[in-house]
Design a protein around this ligand. Structure first.
Ligand code: HEM
Length: 507
């Protein structure tokens, strides 16, 4: 077992141990003491305003209703910067143009350390996906850049297999029906992400992909405030998460071992990683960590793109016409009676997907503005600094909610309205941060954009669709994104569905 990290043993021990009542009571008492002592602390004069609640009462709203909680914080303090405690962690929330600029450019603010207080849904294996040294993180980022080089992303390596996966899954939906995009489209994007970031041993096996998706879902559902803030506490949710992490780890390691033992070289990301000669832990960490980070962000965006297009037929028609134009300009449309849509699309060059789709580009941009409920997190690794004159001590956490810019009526008039034609009302480098900004911009953007375009293009040419409400009636407007759902921005379940009908062409 060359990669064994003892997870199995740890899980078994935790399961058999149980959770004595005494221990639970001791934890509660400890939390109350921490909460009361932190509220007694005296702040220095340049400290940000403090939320008028005991820190214990901030935990649940921060994790469960973040959008409402942070908005309430700005209102309750009447300030553009405020602070509160999450147990022993000082969290400072910033907003406004100059704070945004400082947040995205300050040297000492670290993203990886910042996400430790949020990212309980990423599988944590020490030395593989967590507690990584800077060197190992940069190596993973370097490999991610390599995955997105022209030759790797080109038609044969990524685009064609992704189109083939999309065709197979869309065929399985039948000629007509209704679905919740957060089930069907998310599942499709998960498959494409596994295809582009891992290996054929997993992506060619639908049962294994489905198992992997369930395990990552378990991590999402099992991420509670306690599992993030008190990861050493053996709650049932934590034990379930440990098991799921172990299973994901085993699936990835088994695929790597199968490839190595087969001695057969394949044209996929795993092969590129193995050929680079990296340590095995880097290969496992790359796949385990990026798979979910990539699938979640891309999946959420794809679900919302098709939802918005279903509720805005004028944009649906524009996007469809753009893709038809691409096929026509490649002289491919004449063969449309013989070739399936997916094989026609596979002949469109990568540069065309990337540079000649202004309508799809503006739809992606607007979707990210209205339906990406991200709160960026950083830890100040030192020295202490100031943002807008407020002290950010070393070791404290700083958070920036994207709603501050993307839903700001001074920057985006009527901000909840989906309008891909719009431009920000004000000029500033940071008035759009859909892919991040400054020293932390998205490193998977190229792959994500191609993936989003492929899924949307094939769906629009293969199907007609609209949005129906909970009672099955055609909705006049798409649903409003729920920014309190920090992963998917998902509206209440059952409140809407996508109704679709095949438009006749062979997928
Ligand atoms: C539609 C899909 C995606 C969106 C909207 C998105 C958005 C973002 C944003 C906003 C950030 C900055 C976060 C912050 O400042 O707190 C970020 C960072 C990052 N993204 Fe993405 N992302 C997407 C897909 C992907 C994919 C597919 C991958 C990998 C395959 C990826 C890998 C990364 C990495 C590694 C970083 C961290 C960069 C750093 O540490 O400097 N993303 N992304």
């Amino acid at each position: 077992m060359p990669y064994s990290v003892g997870l199995q043993a740890a899980c078994a021990a935790l399961l058999s141990a149980g959770l004595p009542v005494l221990f639970t009571t001791a934890i509660i008492v400890l939390l109350v003491i921490i909460s009361v002592t932190s509220s007694l602390q005296k702040d220095v004069p340049d400290a940000p305003a403090r939320l008028p609640i005991y820190s214990l009462f901030a935990i649940i709203p921060f994790f469960r209703r973040r959008f409402d909680f942070l908005n309430w914080g700005f209102q309750a303090t009447g300030q553009s910067t405020f602070q509160f405690d999450l147990l022993r962690n000082k969290v400072i929330v910033v907003s406004g143009e100059s704070a945004r600029q400082a947040f995205f450019t300050a040297k000492g603010l670290d993203l990886t350390e910042g996400f430790k207080i949020l990212s309980g849904a990423i599988p944590m294996v020490r030395g593989v996906t967590s507690d990584l040294q800077t060197k190992r993180i940069s190596l993973i980022h370097k490999r991610l850049a390599a995955v997105q080089k022209n030759e790797q992303l080109s038609i044969s390596a990524v685009i064609r297999p992704m189109l083939e996966d999309s065709r197979r899954l869309m065929e399985s939906w039948g000629n007509s029906g209704c679905f919740d995009p957060f089930d069907n489209i998310y599942e499709l994007v998960f498959q494409l992400t596994v295809r582009s970031l891992s290996c054929t041993e997993i992506s060619d096996d639908p049962c294994l992909v489905s198992r992997l998706k369930k395990l990552y879902d378990t991590l999402d559902v099992g991420t509670t405030p306690a599992t993030v803030l008190l990861p050493w506490l053996p709650t049932p949710a934590m034990v379930k998460k440990l098991w799921a992490t172990k299973e994901i780890y085993d699936i990835v390691v088994a695929a790597i071992t199968a490839r190595e033992q087969s001695g057969v070289s394949k044209n996929d990301t795993l092969q590129m990683l193995l050929d680079s000669g990296d340590e095995k832990l880097v290969v496992v960490g790359f796949i385990m960590g990026l798979l979910i980070a990539g699938a979640r962000a891309t999946g959420t965006t794809a679900c919302w793109m098709l939802t918005f297009l279903g509720g805005h037929p004028e944009w649906r028609d524009k996007a469809k016409a753009e893709v038809e134009g691409l096929l026509a300009s490649q002289y491919l449309i004449q063969n449309s009676t013989i070739d399936s849509l997916s094989s026609q699309m596979a002949a469109i060059p990568l540069e065309t997907w990337e540079n000649e789709t202004p309508v799809l580009d503006s739809i992606i941009r607007e979707t990210l503005r209205v339906a990406q409920p991200h709160t960026a997190m950083r830890r100040n690794l030192g020295p202490e600094m100031h943002i807008d004159g407020k002290l950010i001590p070393s070791g404290s956490y700083v958070v920036y909610p994207f709603s501050d810019v993307h839903l700001n009526p001074d920057i985006y008039h009527d901000p909840w309205k989906f309008d891909p034609n719009r431009q920000p009302e004000t000029k500033s480098a940071y008035n759009y941060v859909g892919w991040g900004g400054g020293k932390t911009t998205c490193l998977g953007q190229r792959l994500a954009r191609v993936e989003l375009k492929i899924v949307t293009a094939l769906f629009l040419l293969g199907f007609r669709h609209c949005i129906v409400d909970g009672s099955g009636k055609v909705a006049r407007e798409p649903p409003l994104p729920n920014w309190n759902d920090i992963l998917l921005c998902r509206p209440p379940q059952g409140s809407f569905r996508v109704r679709y009908e095949r438009s006749g062409d062979m997928l």
